[in-house]
Design a protein around this ligand. Structure first.
Ligand code: ATR
Length: 276
């Protein structure tokens, strides 16, 4: 029987997930499908009834449903609860399990692009305290990074987030970057700065250690001004597209039974769809 998976969202036309999973299905000769399905908010609970009937092995969830699906799942992974969003559903014996693979995508991307990046890493700077920041903070905490410094334009938002993720996160405003930079081995941008070429003001990457790694979760453009500046200074960089590709791996494995790889052919295929 053809195994079926999906991405649900509203709108959904621009999702790149069908291309990612379609590439893997073809590569492995799997009798399966992965389709984008437009589900309006008022149709979400009806869609879950369809899921429980066993029509699908599972699928992805995107905007605006990532929070609403919590109440509809039969079980939710504790890490997804901590991150506050479900992006992956797995259906087994009529029950829907929700999980979040964004933090695994973040880790998988850095592991592939900068092997050993977390070994002995003592201080990481995370820029931004929005939805995307949560998955990054949970990922860094899972690797036992000594100290995470969360910098955000609006301090109160970052304070709230740090309070929800107890442990080693300290908070400051963006303009504290230059004071902290000499101690940091990793800088992660989770803000929307960088999209369409926008740039941080007053952040001096030249103050970072020469072995520091700079990564961005923005991937349009693929090389953001932050990454371009870091590269020009000879720092290591990893772009954000890999996070999108790596977050898809655990879902595909759960639905279709094969762990796919993120290779350069897939990367090139998705890159070709990015508008600049
Ligand atoms: P997402 O859920 O995709 O992470 P978000 O919740 O809108 O998006 O978060 C956007 C992040 O980018 C926030 O940290 C935001 O800072 P504020 O909390 O101060 O709003 C940050 N951000 C967006 N535009 C920014 C700008 N021009 N300068 C500095 N920070 C910005």
């Amino acid at each position: 029987m053809t195994r079926k998976a999906f991405v649900i969202g509203h709108p959904i036309a621009h999702s790149r997930s069908p291309l990612i999973h379609g590439t893997w299905l073809a590569e492995h000769g799997i009798d399966g499908r992965y389709d984008a399905i437009d589900v309006a908010p008022e149709a979400l609970s009806g869609f879950f009834e369809r899921l429980r009937s066993g029509e699908f092995a599972g699928g992805n969830v995107t905007i605006p449903h990532k929070e609403a699906v919590f109440a509809l799942c039969d079980s939710v992974d504790p890490l997804a609860t901590t991150i506050g969003a479900v992006n992956t559903l797995i259906v087994e014996r009529g029950k829907v399990h929700g999980t979040n693979t964004d933090y695994l995508g973040f880790l998988g991307n850095l592991d592939a692009g900068a092997p050993g990046w977390s070994d002995g890493l003592e201080t990481a700077i995370v820029l931004g305290a929005g939805g995307a920041s949560r998955a990054v903070l949970v990922a860094l905490q899972s690797r036992g990074i000594g100290s995470i410094i969360l910098l955000n334009r609006t301090r109160a938002t970052a304070d709230r987030l740090a309070a929800e993720l107890p442990g080693n996160i300290s908070v400051a405003e963006l303009d504290a970057f230059n004071d902290i930079a000499p101690a940091a081995g990793l800088v992660v941008n989770t803000t929307s700065i960088g999209m369409h070429g926008s740039r941080f003001d007053g952040i001096n990457l030249g103050l970072l250690r020469p072995d520091a790694l700079v990564t961005d979760i923005v991937y349009v453009p693929l090389e953001t001004p932050l990454l371009a500046d870091a590269r020009a200074l000879g720092l290591r960089t990893v772009d954000g597209l890999g996070m999108l590709l790596h977050q898809a791996v655990p879902g595909f494995e759960a639905w279709f039974g094969i762990r796919p790889s993120v290779n350069t052919a897939l990367q090139a295929r998705i890159e070709a769809t990015l508008e600049h």
